[in-house]
Design a protein around this ligand. Structure first.
Ligand code: FAD
Length: 384
């Protein structure tokens, strides 16, 4: 029996392909439930682009239960409130957060979140330089083969290998990512460059065609920005490329709120990303193979839920797998699909709807009880 940082590990063995936030969080959740899980990542090191994401109440709840709450509060930036505004700063809607608010949310620097998850796993559960190239299974086991000639065998393989998932083709017919028509400039800067930024504030400005979202990460020491602008299909060829800060300042210049202009005036390095999603998948599992995170449900970032849904996936899967035997696995993975598919699809569709609502000058769907009050662990228990 292996022992993973504080948790005894028994029962089925899970091979996770992909060490992004989804795969790593799943490994931590599985080990917390006593299930052996190893992560195989294609890159030379674990890491994420220099950008942030919002950790929402629905995933914070379950991360807290596996002992990560204190560490999140030490590296995250607690939000005080969200203001959705027109380009000139006129408020469209708002949500109060933190003390005095209904919900708690944090701005997380992605690299901090990855470090936090990696350091919660035993070193021998993490395998870098393993690019998965093939998958096979029979009645008793599932096997993935890597480009380096090695293979890994488990009772279950989890495809957490992102929007370009190699493992997805073993579950559903090949399908193409759908281009949103938008690209996003992303980056962070030291908070002292924007001295007027209100403590813990999240601001989302939109003129119907362009959109600037800004919030603090890393205890408020860094300011994160995401700026969405129209892009053409050429972005398909290069998923991410250096962005031009001068263009960013022009796009969010005349007529924009002085605070928004203050932020973009301080940007000296930014990357630009083509924004894609996919149609919701009909199926999430095939025998001993299950999909998780963006491999299962890539969504537009307009509800801030892609990573949060990946974290829910991992906790749901771990709850369903706790104490099961190898023979139970295909049935459990069908229950995992039942648990997760419709909820994730609701966010995929809602994220597209938010793009349309913003284009009409209306407030996006955000901060709703169905998004944040959901308890994936409790829901999974009802399916056990
Ligand atoms: C602009 C923008 C803003 C966003 N903001 C938010 C937000 O505020 N909140 C939120 O919840 N979400 C947000 N998201 C979405 C979020 O970033 C993703 O949903 C999330 O990172 C997906 O995690 P993942 O682990 O499933 O996939 P990924 O992060 O793509 O990780 C996949 C991993 O698998 C590895 N891999 C791929 N192929 C192989 C292979 N063949 N073999 C081995 N390893 C492989 C990759 O190297 C990578 O490490 C945003 C996205 C964008 C673009």
């Amino acid at each position: 029996m292996k022992v993973g940082k504080g948790f005894p590990v028994v029962g089925v063995r899970v091979v996770i392909v992909g060490g992004g936030i989804g795969g790593l969080a799943a490994a931590v959740a599985l080990r917390a439930k006593g299930v052996q899980a190893d992560v195989y990542e294609q890159a030379h090191r674990f890491g994420e682009v220099g950008a942030g994401f919002m950790l929402a109440p629905n995933s914070l709840r379950v991360l807290g239960r596996i002992g990560l709450h204190d560490r999140i509060t030490r590296v995250g930036a607690p939000f005080t409130g969200v203001e959705i505004c027109e380009a000139d700063g006129t408020e469209v809607s708002s949500l109060s957060l933190g003390e005095g608010g209904e919900y708690t949310m944090f701005g997380m620097y992605r690299a901090d979140m990855v470090d936090l998850l990696v350091s919660s796993l035993p070193g021998d559960a993490l395998h870098l330089d393993h690019r998965c190239v093939a998958f096979t299974q029979d009645d008793d086991r599932a096997v993935v083969t890597f480009e380096n000639g090695e293979s890994a065998e488990g009772d279950i393989v989890v495809g957490a290998d992102g929007i370009h998932s190699v493992l997805q083709q073993y579950v559903v017919e090949p399908n193409d990512p759908v281009f949103s028509g938008f690209a996003a400039y992303r980056g962070v800067m030291p908070a002292e460059r924007v001295p007027d930024w209100p403590d813990g504030a999240v601001r989302d400005w939109s003129d119907g065609t362009k959109n600037l979202l800004v919030y603090p990460v890393r205890r408020g020491e860094l300011i994160n920005f995401v700026a969405f602008t129209a892009a053409d299909e050429r972005m398909r060829e290069s998923w991410s490329a250096p962005g031009d800060p001068r263009q960013l300042r022009t796009d969010f210049g005349d007529g924009w709120d002085p605070l928004a202009r203050e932020v973009v005036s301080q940007v000296d390095v930014t990357f630009r990303w083509g924004i894609y999603d996919r149609e919701s998948l009909r199926q999430w599992s095939n025998g001993r193979l299950a999909l998780l995170g963006d491999a299962a449900h890539p969504m537009l970032p307009n509800m801030g839920q892609g990573a949060n849904q990946a974290i829910e996936d991992g906790m749901g899967l771990a709850t369903l797998l706790e104490g099961v035997s190898s023979a139970d696995v295909p049935g459990v993975l069908v229950r995992y699909q039942t648990l997760r598919r419709d909820r994730a699809a609701r966010f995929q569709q809602g994220s597209r709807l938010n793009v349309a609502l913003k284009a009409m000058g209306k407030a996006p769907v955000f901060g709703m009880p169905w998004m944040y009050d959901y308890d994936v662990e409790a829901e999974a228990r009802t399916l056990r």
